[in-house]
Design a protein around this ligand. Structure first.
Ligand code: AMP
Length: 181
C-alpha cells in the first residue's frame, strides 16, 4: 500500500505515520526526519538545510526531490510506504507522479485538527524549529503551498479525511479503518 499523510503542522501526521507504518509493516518515509538526521550528523546536506528549517521555510524542491528519489530506490519501499511530509509543493507532486506514476498513490490521508489545538501541540513539542515565530511561518507556508495540493488529490478521488483529535490510539484506529476499508 502506498499512502500519503498530509495535514497542517501539529496535526500528528508524523506520530501517526510511524504507528500506522508499524501496523501495516511498511516503511515510514519522513522527509522532515531525514533532514533532521542530516542536520544532527552535520552532513553537507545538513549544513545546507539547517537555517532554512529553523526559519520554518521549505527546503528547495530540487534538494528534497533528489533525497526522496534515492529513498524510494531502497529495497524496502517495494512493499509500499507511508509518505509523511512529501509532497508539499506542486512541483513535488509532479516529481512524485514521475517517480511512481500518476496512479501510484492509493490514498491520501488528511488529518483534521482545530487550529487552537494545533498551536497548543506545537508549543508543547519543544522541537528546535518550533519557536513561536517559526510556527507562525510554518502555518503560512502550509496554507500557501501545501493546502492547495489537497484539492488536486481530491480531483483524483483518493483523499480520506480523518479526525485527528483525541487519544493517539483512537486516531491510529481511525486511520487504519480508513485505509483498509
Ligand atoms: P516536518 O518534520 O515534516 O514538519 O518537516 C520539518 C521541516 O523540514 C519543514 O518545516 C521543512 O523545512 C523541511 N521539509 C520537510 N519536508 C519537506 C518537503 N517535502 N519540502 C520542503 N521542505 C521540507
Amino acid at each position: 500500500m502506498r499512502l500519503l499523510f498530509i495535514g497542517p503542522p501539529g496535526a500528528g501526521k508524523g506520530t501517526q505515520a510511524a504507528r500506522v507504518a508499524d501496523r501495516l509493516g511498511i516503511p515510514h518515509i519522513s522527509t522532515g526526519e531525514m533532514f533532521r538526521h542530516h542536520v544532527e550528523q552535520g552532513t553537507e546536506l545538513g549544513r545546507q538545510v539547517k537555517a532554512i528549517m529553523e526559519s520554518g521555510a521549505y527546503v528547495p524542491d530540487e534538494i528534497t526531490v533528489e533525497m526522496l528519489r534515492q529513498r524510494l530506490e531502497e529495497s524496502d519501499a517495494v512493499r509500499g510506504f507511508i509518505l509523511d511530509g512529501f509532497p508539499r509543493t506542486a512541483p513535488q507532486v509532479a516529481a512524485l507522479d514521475q517517480l511512481i506514476g500518476e496512479d501510484g498513490l492509493h490514498m491520501v490521508v488528511l488529518f483534521e485538527v482545530d487550529e487552537d489545538e494545533l498551536t497548543d501541540r506545537l508549543m508543547s513539542r519543544g522541537r528546535l524549529d518550533d519557536s513561536e515565530e517559526t510556527i507562525r511561518h510554518r502555518f503560512k507556508v502550509y496554507e500557501e503551498q501545501t493546502a492547495p495540493l489537497i484539492s488536486l488529490y481530491e480531483s483524483r478521488d483518493i483523499v480520506v479525511r480523518v479526525d485527528g483529535h483525541g487519544p493517539l490510539e483512537d486516531v491510529t484506529n481511525r486511520v487504519l479503518r480508513a485505509v483498509t476499508a
